[in-house]
Design a protein around this ligand. Structure first.
Ligand SMILES: Nc1nc2c(c(=O)[nH]1)N[C@H]1C(S)=C(S)[C@@H](COP(=O)(O)OP(=O)(O)OC[C@H]3O[C@@H](n4cnc5c(=O)[nH]c(N)nc54)[C@H](O)[C@@H]3O)O[C@H]1N2
Ligand SMILES: Nc1nc2c(c(=O)[nH]1)N[C@H]1C(S)=C(S)[C@@H](COP(=O)(O)OP(=O)(O)OC[C@H]3O[C@@H](n4cnc5c(=O)[nH]c(N)nc54)[C@H](O)[C@@H]3O)O[C@H]1N2
Ligand SMILES: [Mo]
Length: 789
């Protein structure tokens, strides 16, 4: 059966088909996809062994998402996309000096992102040679010296930016920030600025901590789980086992998403023998509400309004209150202003903004009110908006109304992205150092770092655009493809004096190089990391603040690789010279020493080395979970969102809100294939989803090619051309396309004012039929229309 299916799918990919996917998420389709990913990367045999060590007490932490594992002590949990993340790292392909000798940078620039990464693991440090337009091998010491020369030649340390992507370990990220601060700047643009910054800024104002308040075991005690703008079946698949069991024991799950994401509807657990044998599945969401893109605030305010109305009615009828008045009195501040705002917000205003009916919103509110314990989950569908921070705060408001924070089975659950993005933040990757961090570094190393705030992603880009920035160093990631407006950003990056990328695989950012450029290849999570004191483990913090150790067992992809901490230490030693306050080599000889230093800077890591050796690691306490509110009022704050619309300046009926999201077969800018199985897209990514009514309005037939034009008042033309029209039952007034292909449409100035998170999920656009549709495309169109029937 599986072989037949594979042949059918290969055919669909070849024919670039669009068709409705009728299977549940997970199940045999996921097992098949896992096998194929391993085979494609040539890791079929050793890969299986590698997978068995994933998320084991003695193994490595999955390099995929940040969803926790059941105490990191249990047996292997199946996850299709975790397997792909491992396969892409443990690939048999190698990107060697011969590869770079054979292909000039100009030639590689024309390659697809998928093909760049398929070249395999980087094996040697490489430096750009202008004369031949090629990267050529360089010795590690010469590379470090080149960086030192550039950095020490700057007029000011603030002319350099130091990017971090959230896969770096606590040890690497900590050393990196100490180095950069001793060098003299707080310029730390990081992937979190494009991701959960709205959480990091919004939740502290509400509940005094910028992280979630639940642990995995809370999912076993929740009576209702609400999921806003998050796609767990694709982006945190291990969460599906928690949702699967919650649903089976009768908890209500309610999702809000413009897309009917398949895993939010139905899921077959590969660990459930009965479901697998009978081709059965479990319904996940009791209700999946297709909210309009950017309509979440209207939904959240509507739900709160319904709760307040129910409370008024209960009060009038002398029935028990719906609001948790004891909690509100004892723990919160600002309820009166919130109640007034909700009473002044009419249903007539809420309903059209939300894209749902009043009955839908009231039904969701009823489920919320009837549940004793509620978990509120959210992802990028909430944070990457024009008023993302304030939207996140409405999640906290909703939770606080019924005391759903700080007791078992209840809480706020922002689902983090990269596997250690939360840990990076905890150990000091921030452009706004706190007094505790400054004092801590002085305590540990005897120097006082700069206090003035540095660059986040938007400020780093501004600095490049103005020609102020000269050097860009990246600890992982793919900045040039992940940022908004990348056509313009890439042009600015090409004017830099030096670009440095610490990376495992070749990507777009390495080709968008400065006058000098280095690619420094590092070990991955799956690989053995041997330093002077023997094999080392690193540590990471997951989405629920559990910290645990991770140690690879695979042989490194090349003998020339260094670990991330060793590379950072090499750069630091070369740049800061013998007068540095830090003994870089000494720290890297044993990562226990780095952890001891982390503990001095951050006392919450007390007994760090001891506790990571305990099975399952340890939990970094969240004060809000204990109902201790670290806010200026000393209480949890209800915060009012004025109005309902995140950006009322775009109410022209012809303008659509474009959201950009991930396919099932990508990890951020890394593509696993060009297909998106659950949304029924095969062999292509240049597509735009919209409902039939909106396509008809524009006189476009599914399968035809369209241009997408950003609506912006700055006079700059931002357009992507020739995208294929796909019919998908989205709410009116919105459309969707893939990240990073659609990023050129996101204007640099379109970001949330409070957190400066780019508004990747609410881009005002117009969509028009492409000027010239060639006959060959017409033929393809007819083929596609066929596939629809
Ligand atoms: N396999 C895999 N795993 C990953 C990643 C990956 O790329 N691949 N990326 C990692 C990272 S860094 C992150 S941050 C997370 C991202 O994980 P998610 O937060 O799930 O990210 P997205 O896929 O961008 O978008 C989430 C959902 O928001 C919906 N959405 C779009 N606009 C709106 C809106 O206005 N309102 C609502 N309610 N929903 C909306 C989309 O339809 C989509 O289902 O996953 C992490 N894990
Ligand atoms: N339009 C739009 N844009 C978005 C988003 C969106 O939803 N829509 N999402 C945003 C979000 S949430 C995020 S987090 C950013 C992601 O932005 P980034 O984190 O910068 O991007 P990634 O694609 O995750 O980076 C992939 C690269 O990391 C390198 N890498 C992989 N493993 C390792 C390792 O172990 N060590 C090192 N040093 N390098 C490694 C490889 O070279 C790989 O090519 O993109 C943002 N951009
Ligand atoms: Mo992210």
């Amino acid at each position: 059966m599986l072989l037949n299916e594979t042949a059918k799918e290969t055919d669909m990919v070849k024919r670039k088909e669009i068709r409705i996917y009728s299977e549940p998420a997970g199940g045999w389709g996921a097992l098949k996809a896992t096998g194929e990913a391993l085979a494609l990367q040539g890791v079929a045999v050793s890969g299986a062994k590698t997978l068995l060590r994933m998320n084991q007490p003695e193994g490595f932490d999955c390099p995929g998402c940040a969803w926790p594992d059941p105490k990191h002590t249990s047996s292997f949990e199946f996850c299709e996309n975790g397997a792909k993340a491992v396969a892409w790292e443990a690939t048999a392909n190698r990107c060697t000096p011969d590869f770079f000798a054979a292909h000039s940078v100009s030639e590689l620039t024309a390659w697809d992102d998928y093909d760049l990464e398929m070249a395999g693991r980087l094996t040697h440090p490489m430096a750009y040679d202008d004369a031949t337009d090629r990267y050529r091998p360089i010795e590690w010491e010469d590379a470090f010296a080149m960086i030192a020369r550039h950095l020490n030649g700057l007029d000011s340390p603030d002319q350099a930016d130091f990017y971090t992507s959230g896969r770096a370990s606590n040890e690497a990220a900590f050393l990196y920030q100490v180095f950069v601060r001793e060098f003299g700047t707080n310029n730390f643009p990081d992937c979190s600025n494009m991701c959960h910054e709205a959480t990091s800024v919004g939740l502290p104002e509400s509940i005094g901590v910028g992280k979630g308040t639940v642990l995995l075991e809370d999912f076993e005690h929740a009576d209702a789980i609400f999921i806003f703008g998050q796609n767990p079946g694709t982006n945190s698949p291990r969460m599906m086992s928690d949702l699967h069991s919650a649903s089976r024991r009768g908890a209500k799950i309610v999702s809000f998403n413009p897309f009917r994401e398949r895993a939010l509807e139905r899921f077959a657990s590969p660990q459930n023998p009965v479901e697998m044998a009978t081709l059965g599945s479990t319904q996940i969401s009791s209700f999946l509400y297709q909210v309009r893109v950017g309509g979440d605030v209207a939904v959240l305010k509507g739900m709160m309004k319904a709760i307040v109305e129910a409370d008024d009615a209960a009060l009038a009828a002398n029935l028990p209150r719906v609001l948790d008045i004891d909690f509100i009195d004892a723990h919160t501040h600002g309820i009166d202003a919130l109640l007034e705002d909700l009473r002044n917000t009419s249903w007539d205003a809420i309903v059209p903004q939300s894209g749902l009916t009043r009955a839908d919103i009231e039904n969701a509110a009823n489920i919320y009110m009837q549940a004793k314990n509620v978990i509120l989950v959210y992802g990028m569908g909430l944070t990457q908006h024009h008023r993302g921070t304030e939207t996140v705060q409405q999640i906290a408001n909703l939770a606080l109304l019924r005391g759903n924070i700080g007791r078992p089975g209840a809480g706020v659950c922002p689902v983090r992205g990269h596997s250690n993005v939360q840990g990076n933040r905890t150990v000091g990757i921030t452009e706004k150092p706190s007094p505790q961090l400054i004092d801590g570094i002085e305590r540990a190393f005897g120097f006082r770092p700069p206090v003035s705030h540095g660059h986040d992603v938007i400020a780093a880009i501004d600095s490049m655009m103005h020609g102020d920035a000269k050097v860009f160093v990246a600890l992982g990631g793919n900045f040039a493809a992940a940022v908004p407006d990348w056509v313009r950003v890439q042009a600015a990056m090409r004017k830099l004096d030096l670009t440095v990328h610490i990376a495992t695989k070749l990507n777009r950012s390495h080709l968008v190089h400065g006058k000098d450029a280095l690619i420094l290849p590092c070990l991955g999570r799956t690989e053995i990391d041997i330093q002077a004191d023997g094999p080392q483990s690193i540590t990471v913090e997951d989405s629920m603040s559990m910290v645990h150790a991770s140690g690879g067992r695979n042989q490194p992809a090349s003998p020339h690789l260094k670990s991330e901490p060793a590379i950072v230490a090499g750069i630091a030693r070369a740049t800061l010279g013998p007068d540095s306050h830090v003994r870089w080599e000494h720290l890297v000889e044993s990562y226990d020493r780095i952890r001891d230093a982390i503990e001095i800077v951050y006392p919450i890591f007390e007994r760090y080395n001891e506790r990571i050796r305990e099975p399952g690691g340890f939990h970094l306490t969240s004060t809000a979970r204990e109902r201790v509110w670290m806010t200026p009022t000393g209480r949890a704050n209800f915060l009012v969102f004025e109005g309902l619309d995140e950006d009322p300046s775009h109410d022209d009926p012809d303008t659509l809100r474009l959201t950009t999201m991930r396919s099932h077969d990508q990890y951020n800018t890394t593509l696993y294939s060009h297909s998106d199985r659950y949304r029924g897209v095969f062999g292509q990514r240049d597509v735009v989803f919209m409902n039939a009514r909106e396509w008809q309005k524009r006189n476009v037939h599914p399968g035809e090619r369209v241009d997408i034009i950003a609506v912006s008042k700055d006079g700059i033309e931002r357009v992507i051309r020739g995208f294929k029209a796909v019919e998908y039952e989205l709410p009116d007034g919105c459309c969707g396309a893939y990240y990073p292909e659609a990023n050129p449409l996101v204007p640099l100035h379109a970001f949330d004012a409070k957190s400066r998170t780019p508004s990747y999920k609410s881009v005002p656009v117009k969509v028009v039929r492409s000027a010239a549709v060639k006959d060959t495309q017409r033929a393809a169109v007819e083929g596609d229309q066929h596939a629809y029937q």
